[in-house]
Design a protein around this ligand. Structure first.
Ligand SMILES: C[S@@+](CC[C@H](N)C(=O)[O-])C[C@H]1O[C@@H](n2cnc3c(N)ncnc32)[C@H](O)[C@@H]1O
Length: 326
């Protein structure tokens, strides 16, 4: 078994605990993206990358199975439904026990877990038929070096920065998928242009402002705020397409922007729930958990002041991509 040990990834986990700030309770945006792809995938051995703790991940798997069954039926092969084995992948610190305890009792697949970074090889060569990943590959393997370097022009001054490492992801998957195997990806994308302008009034930007406000009040050390970086990069549509085309092992079968409907006006309290569910762990690790309530109260107030509550999509658009291993 060969594994690329040179690539490790910083674990950046969603809030897997139960309760009002859990990822399970605060991931309806990601769920909408999954639901919007229903019927787009009709084609085993599968893998769900960046699965977190559910329930979105189970909905996605069921959609894929339904798609395959429907396709078989339309081709007159209803009696030839294959058996499915699904490998749920996430970072080793993900709460896989919780995931397994909430597996749907009437599921139509065998479930296993594979811990580790999806930027490295996780499976034997040519062993997978289908790979699926939603709202996960914009999390980088680590904070890019220039962002951490205080002398670099991209050094983070109270803002959150992003970078990219799609190449290792695609190369690892190219090794693991059988020829003709499919990979479906759901990725947030942003408008072209200067990131800091686009992210103005974005929840991450608001969070950065709140941290700076707390530093100004002497509640936080400003240097700590400056060194707080999220290993996250939201590509433009063009950047993402370019990254796909650079990899010679895949053909692009579908490349579609999803028109996700906003579920109406969002109240500021609700708006702070999603960033809290996704970032609470990282913030506690860096600043200590005692700042959480005050930080997110401030976030709620700022979000209301800035009027960002009814801005609809958080990013420019959610992209659905279906790739085929050549
Ligand atoms: C926003 S959640 C998405 C969960 C689920 N797929 C959904 O659509 O709701 C992102 C997940 O990706 C996982 N993740 C981030 N980087 C990862 C990596 N390098 N390897 C494996 N999982 C990773 C995180 O731990 C987290 O559970």
């Amino acid at each position: 078994m060969t594994q690329d040990k040179s690539i490790s990834a910083t674990a950046f986990l969603m809030n897997g605990r139960d309760g009002p700030y859990s990822y399970a309770e605060n991931s309806s945006y990601q769920r909408k993206a999954i639901e919007a792809t229903q019927g787009m995938i009709s084609k085993g051995l599968w893998r769900n990358l960046g699965c977190s703790v559910g329930p979105n991940t189970f909905i996605a798997i069921q959609n894929i199975i339904d798609g395959i069954k429907q396709k078989n039926k339309s081709q007159g092969h209803s009696s030839q439904i294959p058996e499915f084995q699904v490998f749920f992948n996430d970072q080793a610190l993900n709460d896989f026990n919780k995931l397994f305890m909430s597996l749907p009792p009437n599921r139509e697949y065998f479930a296993s877990a594979v811990p580790g970074s999806f930027y490295s090889h996780l499976f034997p060569k040519a062993s997978l038929h289908f790979v699926y990943s939603s709202s996960s590959i914009h999390w980088l393997s680590k904070v890019p070096k220039p962002v951490e370097d205080m002398n670099s022009p991209t050094f983070n001054k109270g803002r959150v920065h992003y970078g990219g490492d799609m190449e290792s992801f695609l190369s690892a998957r190219a090794e693991e998928l059988v020829s003709g195997g499919l990979m479906a990806l759901l990725v947030p994308t942003r408008k072209k242009g200067n990131l800091s302008t686009i992210l103005l009034h974005h929840p991450f930007d608001v969070l950065g402002c709140c941290l700076m406000d707390m530093a100004k009040k002497g509640l936080l050390d400003e240097e700590k705020v400056d060194s707080f970086n999220l290993p996250l990069y939201i590509p433009t549509l063009e950047e993402f397409e370019e990254a796909m085309k650079c990899n010679e092992h895949f053909s692009i079968e579908r490349f579609e922007l999803l028109g996700l409907k906003s579920s109406g006006e969002i109240v500021p309290e609700t708006l702070s729930m999603h960033p809290r569910a996704t970032m609470e762990g990282r913030i506690s690790e860096h600043f200590g958990s005692e700042i959480l309530n005050e930080l997110f109260d401030l976030f709620t107030k700022k979000a209301a002041e800035l009027g960002i509550c009814n801005s609809g999509n958080r990013f420019d658009a959610e992209l659905f991509v279906l790739l085929k291993r050549k």
